[in-house]
Design a protein around this ligand. Structure first.
Ligand code: ZN
Length: 305
């Protein structure tokens, strides 16, 4: 992991890890359950392309749908935890967070028969106000996390963190969410809403601007492919976010197929085992202090000497 790398000259050759967050947005239990069918639909799509992904599963859904977890594992995907009940870390206490991480990880290991090393926070909710969560993720047994959006965000973000993988002090390795930076914005261009709604040129621009020291990963959710679900107001996120969650679903399959048609990178858990690939140490970041490392400094979300 060098610190000064050129931008990728050829976005078509840039490999992106595919990740899937298995969660259920169903607003009312009396409505037909769609998340299992949609997750199976996405698994079929991955299988069609021979792609192994990192699949982060909400713990209480794994408990309800053990056969789904078994299918994910049987098809060679990496399984990680996407919290116990999809409550943002900012709405948890250290005690409930740690307990949920423990039971979620143990359940997924029991169901899948594989080591569960990866944690992904709901909605990238690992932010400075809950820096206490960083050592607890490691204490629960996770060796890596992909839980931060390293820039300004109207929802959850941690500006100043590096864009390339780094090692939390007393915590796991972190794979920050890939961003494309344009004046005034930092967009998670490979994920969810942004992948669905932004023009494809943004994806290609982001890939062309990415550093070769970044670990690029895309994220999606089973409900984003569900074009038949009627609109529902999700009261906990409000009307605007509910609308955004419902828009652009007819584009999602095409957008993800574009990613799957290019060479993809291995699951994040396997990337974590290979880091650092050139023998250099990953940058360390102390979650409780501003990110400065030796003579290096942070500029535009990157570590520079
Ligand atoms: Zn989620």
């Amino acid at each position: 992991m060098g610190n000064t790398k050129a931008s990728n000259p050829s976005p078509g050759l840039t490999r992106v890890t595919i990740t899937l967050d298995v969660e259920d947005l169903q607003p009312d239990p009396s409505l037909p359950e769609r998340a299992v069918d949609m997750t199976n639909w996405v698994l079929d799509l991955l299988s069609e392309h021979g792609v192994r992904a990192s699949v982060y599963v909400v713990g209480e859904l794994a408990k309800r749908w053990p056969q789904l977890v078994k299918r994910i594992a049987d098809e060679g995907h990496e399984i990680g935890l996407h919290s116990w009940s999809h409550v943002p870390i900012t709405n948890q206490t250290p005690e409930t967070f740690l307990a949920d991480c423990h039971r979620g990880r143990l359940l997924l290991q029991d169901l899948s028969g594989q080591a569960v090393n990866g944690y992904r926070a709901p909605m990238m909710s690992l932010v400075p106000s809950v820096a206490w969560a960083v050592p607890l993720i490691a204490e629960a047994g996770f060796t890596y996390s992909s839980s931060v959006l390293p820039g300004p965000s109207p929802l959850f973000g941690w500006p100043g963190l590096p864009q390339q993988p780094f090692q939390w002090t007393h915590g796991p390795i972190e794979f920050p969410c890939p961003l494309v930076r344009v004046p005034g914005f930092a967009l998670p261009y490979l994920g969810g809403t942004y992948l669905r709604l932004l023009p494809n040129v943004v994806r290609r621009y982001g890939l062309s601007r990415s550093g070769s020291d970044e670990a690029l990963w895309a994220y999606c959710h089973p409900w984003e492919f569900d074009t038949e679900e009627p609109f529902h107001l999700h009261e906990h996120i409000g009307m605007l976010a509910s609308r955004i969650a419902w828009l652009g679903r007819s584009r999602m399959e095409r957008q993800v197929r574009r990613l799957l048609n290019d060479p993809v990178a291995e699951p994040l858990g396997e990337l974590a085992l290979h880091l650092p690939d050139d023998g250099a140490a990953l940058p360390f970041v102390d979650p409780t202090t501003p990110p400065t490392i030796g003579s290096a400094h942070w500029a535009d979300g990157r570590l520079r000497n």
